[in-house]
Design a protein around this ligand. Sequence first.
Ligand code: ASC
Length: 156
Amino acid sequence: MKSLLPALALFTGLTCALPACAQFQKSEDAIKYRQGAFRVMAEHFGRIGAMANGRVPFDAKVAQENMALVDALHGLPFSAFDAGSDKGAPNRARPEVWKDAAKFKAARDKLDGEMSKLAAAVKGGDLGAIKTAFGATGGACKGCHDDFRAKDYSAN
Ligand code: ASC
């Protein structure tokens, strides 16, 4: 058994070079990572929303700065729904994330598509277009929450 360890380490090292490899030491780390990434993304998304909804004056440069962050961040949480990371720390991911992975991926693809449109609208600097795209992107967020996020934190 002992002699297998170097081979195993090498194998793990090789497979972990692949993007789809689980990168986390323990499921708690994956849970905290995705929660943190969602949290930071929501903050910057919300700053664009504050302008789209007229709560703060529109500033194209501020919108672009926030959009750059949202763009960089929005893929990150989806890299952290590792197998087995339904447990390990309190979280609201429903079992369907793993049981219905194709549907979860479709929801993520939907978000990616709406995010691209929002990024284009923010780049264009037209507040009307930003409002429309922001609403559609928020709808994609909500659709995924409705299907894949529980109301309460599990006790796991
Ligand atoms: C946000 C935010 C979300 C989405 C969602 C849309 O600003 O933080 O998670 O929009 O509330 O329904």
